[in-house]
Design a protein around this ligand. Sequence first.
Ligand code: HEC
Length: 123
Amino acid sequence: MRFISSYLCFFLVLVLGFFGSCKYDKRDEIYGSNQCDTTVIYYEDIRLQFEQDCFGCHLAGNGTGVEFYDHTSLKNYAEQRKSLLIGVTNHTLGSPMPKGGEKWSECRVNKLKAWINQGMKRR
Ligand code: HEC
């Protein structure tokens, strides 16, 4: 009996964790654009977006002349070419990025700006 209840408990934690994380992922959809402020969570607002849209083409030695693929390299690049990095994502400067892809929403660009202005923290 004790075995069963601890098993049940473990299962419940799994289920709750699963739904909890889904809800978290869909934050933008649930709360809409009023969540689009300058609060930045590195992993969610920066890392995942770059992983999805940029890192693939900008790995070291890719021949684009622009290399960033993790926190350190992205931070280094942003320190040197801040306006260009922002400009390519909102299509106001340089080559429009993601190359061949869809332009980032204003919200995403604002998060990137905020992250840079707030010192490019890794959290
Ligand atoms: C499909 C491949 C590809 C993807 C995806 C991509 N890039 Fe690029 N990127 C390139 C290439 C190739 C260049 C070299 C310039 C050119 O050919 O347009 C480049 C150049 C750049 C430059 C320099 C622009 C300039 O005018 O000198 C920056 C900054 C940049 N990319 C940032 C990004 C960011 C940020 C993302 C994600 C939002 C991204 N890239 C996604 C291929 C890509």
